[in-house]
Design a protein around this ligand. Sequence first.
Ligand code: HEM
Length: 490
Amino acid sequence: IPPGPKPWPIVGNFGSFLVPPFILKGLGQTGEDAKRSLNPLSPQLALMELSKIYGNILSLFVGSQLIVLLSGYEMVKDALSNRPEVFSDRPDVPVITILTKRKGIVFAPYGPLWRRQRKFCHSTLRNFGLGKLSLEPCIMECLAVVKSELQKLSDKAGGAGIDLTTLISNAVSNVISSISLGQRFHLEDQEFCYMRHLMSRGLEISLNSAALLINAFPWLYYMPFGVFKELRKAEQDITVFLKRMIAEHKATLDPNNPRDFIDIYLVEMMAQQETEGPTETSFTEDYLFYIIGDLFIAGTDTTANSILWMVLYMCVHPEIQEKVQKEIDTVVGPGRTPSLTDKGNLPFTEATIMEVQRMTVVVPLSIPHMSSETTEFRGYTIPKGTVIIPNLWSVHRDPTVWDNPDDFNPTRFLDEEGKLLRNEHFIPFGIGRRVCMGEQLAKMELFLMFTNLMQSFTFKLPKGTSPPSLLGRFGLTLAPCPYTVCVTPR
Ligand code: HEM
């Protein structure tokens, strides 16, 4: 297996997450390892540092589970893109399995069932742009709410800073809600806010609390106290809400006029049940339920945090904000709002979006993969069932492919004439067969939200405040540390 730091008995390298570096050193870990102990606040950085010692493929253990960490573009591409048959499975993590039954798309095992569901969902999302159900108006409607709320908030704040998190998160989850459930919720809608809260809290608990112990002792999930009880309640309430949505759709379905993703899936389900028989097809209401959950979970925090990062970077680099605004003013003008047709004509703005994504990689350690068979890779044996973690953060800070990777410089994505360059090393959505299914939708949202915000407002940090650390907060996604901004309508 690939080299790596010495694991501890029973806990493996997981121990390094919990123990301060000076104790690690005292316990015989090498000075270098101890210095680079796996800081849970920025594991992507600590793991990148570790790869400088052991190389771009290295082994870690959590308990007795082997984890292989891949760093740098070549290594990640070689595994995920050149060996997809072996490295596209997902690990069976007990807490995730309890919550998702390994159905849906994100955590489903690699195989024909996943392939069929993903193919259908992917093409449905793509075709949304073509038919009556169009993505752009959907996004623009949610954006209009953000703009009018921002206007109100900035009037009310009278020059004080505003926290944009709730506003942006609600707008982004409303986009997913319009697409999948066919309805937008009011910002103050209690049920919607409660569902949003449950989804992010549920994930936070499962990834970042004592509920992690469920992975070692699955029966803990059923304990009637603490985070275990909270997690079960979140699962129950989300289930009731989504199942009710699906039932309402079924009762009012007109197969000739699908209103949203649920309708399109139900029509396909009925067609398949007719041709393949109701028990043969994998298109079931149960599966639909998990897919809708996936769209919310995978499509909300990722996109919302990307937008929050963009606003923060514009505050920290006002000269870039000015340049973006100038480009939008020249190309779009003041008389209309930017739309997707402007995409090819705003290269500096696009390069800025990409550069913020490169600097901040909101899914820094991707979603874990797993090897589905024992294989030889780069001279090492990777046993079946090894968890594979691609460090996407390291890909975007790899000094062998990016000049001065720690500098924020949108022009790196432009040629001498200012035209946008394709860059194969830019993979914030992952690479290979498991590449983000919502990439096209996310790119539309980022473009429309960023250009519209830049056209209508100028963002600044409140006078006398310094920016928060640009390393962000590692959770399910990499979020900016809390900040407030002064918003001035233009
Ligand atoms: C998976 C990034 C937005 C749906 C992923 C992965 C990454 C990613 C890195 C893991 C790839 C892998 O496992 O190798 C992002 C970023 C986003 C974003 C940076 C926004 C800026 C979205 C949106 C949706 C979505 C809006 C839904 C509409 C999914 C799904 C998967 C996924 C379903 C699982 C794919 C599979 O396992 O086959 N995303 N994502 N994502 N994403 Fe996204």
